[in-house]
Structure formats: structure tokens, C-alpha cells
Design a binder for this molecule. Sequence first.
Ligand code: PMP
Length: 406
Amino acid sequence: MSFDVEAVRAQFPILHRRVNGGELVYLDNGASSQKPQRVIDEVARYYREFNSNIHRGVHHLSQQATEAYEHARETVRAHINAEHAREVLFTGGTTHGINLVASAWGRRHLSRGDEVLVTAMEHHSNIVPWQLICEERGAKLRVLPVNRAGELVMDELEKLLTARTRMVALAHVSNSLGTINPVARVIEMAHARGAAVLVDGAQAAPHLQLDVRELGADFYAFSGHKVFAPTGIGALYGKLELLEDMPPYQGGGEMIERVTFDKTTFADLPHKFEAGTPNIAGGIGLGAALHWFGELDADAVAAHEQDLLAYATGRLKEIERLSIIGTARDKACVISFVLEGAHPSDVGALLNQQGVAVRTGHHCTQPLMDFYGISGTVRASFALYNNRADADALAAGVARAAKMLA
Ligand code: PMP
């Protein structure tokens, strides 16, 4: 199998619309990806044909919706190669997944003097929940540094993993830099010291083949909307024994076995962590998206994205006064850059005039921006449906902006 980018583009209706007089060049995939027709259709079909609440319904629609929702869970399980479907929790997204672990796991496992290790390139979603629980439990947050290329300083990891380290939480792929972190190695080293590891897979899910068992991750969180699925849905993988041992995160319907005013007992996994009516359409959409994604030749997709990364990087490097932030050897197709003398948001606004969508600012990684001594970057983040013409449009737009903002 090979990868036909034009055939893939044809499946994304939004890519055919025009913005500001030009054809849309969508390079903000790190923030949220577009959706293929198949996903849009599956979500619409749920609302059209069997919309109803799941799990306790005796009627036909409820049973059909339950089946579709649980089938989607099984699709997620297979996609990430988890052993059991009950190790897959539906969440609202990566942020929700990390908060769930920080709160429920943290309450059980963190006490005074314990340490949680994050990295200097984390998204605020993988910093703040840990800060909150550390404060509550009297634990300390430690930070693994990065080098100027935007790679983890692995020599420091050995020193930072102490007898008090209980959790290491890190991104699989950096949203601001594109760095692909050596998570398997980090997990191996953390486990050797008895620490658990949570991987923030928000940016890895659309680019890499995920295998939680091969990685050995204890927890793995990602968002649907970055992987061609709807917003408001995501998944959290947790190892069975860890999830079983954790107290519930939120209380409510769906997550109980029996409620009395004296005592409540909780439902089995995964429902113990899924209080309230879930995002049924979102779950079905996530299943459809991963099914769609899984049908593509993953190696060919990776080769296409690496080609785009090299091509777009080369084109941008031709522009004077432009510096790329994040030059790790192992990178996903994300290019952050600054133009000397120009504010990132001005560059973004000029690109928008030509229908080129990028993101500007700190990308929810303020500590990382502080490390580089900048307030933000312009970030072009590619998806599998982007092509060389998109990279050309970006380079032309940035060259124009560089002239105008000189
Ligand atoms: N982690 C990383 C690395 C991200 O890029 C993002 C989204 N920008 C998140 C976490 C948070 O994802 P969400 O907003 O979908 O919860």
C-alpha cells in the first residue's frame, strides 16, 4: 500500500472551502484536526437513527447506541493495543484524562515529600494538574530539562529519578516543538526506580502508531479532536491493576453499583470512572476516526509526513531572519519559528489574509517559552492530508510577511 495524499484530501470536505479569497491551507492541526466525511457521517447517523441514552435502556435504540459506544471502546483498545477494553476510559480529552489520573491516582499514591517529575516542554495540561495535587498532598514537582534543540536531557533523568519519585508525566510528542520523546526509555528508567509513568499522547496520536503495551506506559491520554474525531471526547488508557486500585474521580450516575445514604459501592471498570451521561456521539465519532485512520498504511503516512517536514523546513530556512525553534533529531511534522523583529501574531495575521491557518503564541507551554527567552512562536502543524503545495503557500506567506514587517 502507498499513500495518496490527494485521495485523502478528497475525503475532508472542509479542505475545499476558501478563506479570504484563497484555498484554505490548514496548518493548525496541532490545535485541532479536520474530520473526514466518514466521521461526520457516523456522528450524523447516530443522531438520525439511534440517538438515545446508553447502558440502562431496555429499548431498541438504547441497546443500539450502547452497542455502538462499546464497539468504539473496542476500536480504541485495538488502536492502542491495550489488553482489555476496560483499561480504556472515555474522557473529554487529554486534559480530562490527566486530571483524572493526577487526582484519583495522586490521592492514593502521593504523600508528603514524594516527587512528581514532568519535563520542561510539557503542555500546561500536564503541569497544572500535577501542581494542584502536589500542593494538596505535600509532594514536590521536579522538572527534567530540555536542551536548545528541544530534546530531553536524558543524562539528567538518572539524577532526577530518586527514591521519592512516584510519577513521571511527559509528552510523547511536544506540541510546541514537534520533538518525539524517547518515552520507551523514560518508562524503562522510571519503572526501574518504581515510579509510574503517564504519557500525554495528544500530539502523538495523529502521527505515530500507538502501542501502550510495547511502550509499557502505565497511563496514556489523548484527545479525539486532534485525531480526526469530534471535540469533547478522548481516551485514557490505564493498566488494569492501577485503575482498579484508584478511587473514583467523580461521583454520579453510571459509576455506581449500589447507592444508599450510608454507603455507595462502585461499578466495575471502565464505568467507575465514567460518571454521568457520556459523550455518546463523540465516542462513536472517535471509533469511526480511529477505524478510518487505521485503514491507512501507517508507514506510508509516516513517510509522507517526514517528507513534508523536511520539505517545509527547507523552504522556511530560505527566509532571512527566520529561526526554527525545536530542531530535535526525532520530530513530528510540527514547525515552530520566530521572525526576528516581527511579533508572531502579526505573522499569523498576515498568513491568515492568504488563507493560511497557523497558530501563534505560547501554545500553552509558557515554561518552555521562558526557557527559550521568547514570548511565543508561529507554529505550522501539519496533518497527513497536507501536501507540498501547503508548505509552499506557508513559505510564500511567511516570506511576504517578513518583507512587510521588516
Ligand atoms: N497536551 C498536549 C501536548 C497538547 O498539545 C494538548 C492540546 N493542545 C493538550 C495536552 C490538551 O488537549 P485537550 O485540550 O484536547 O484536552
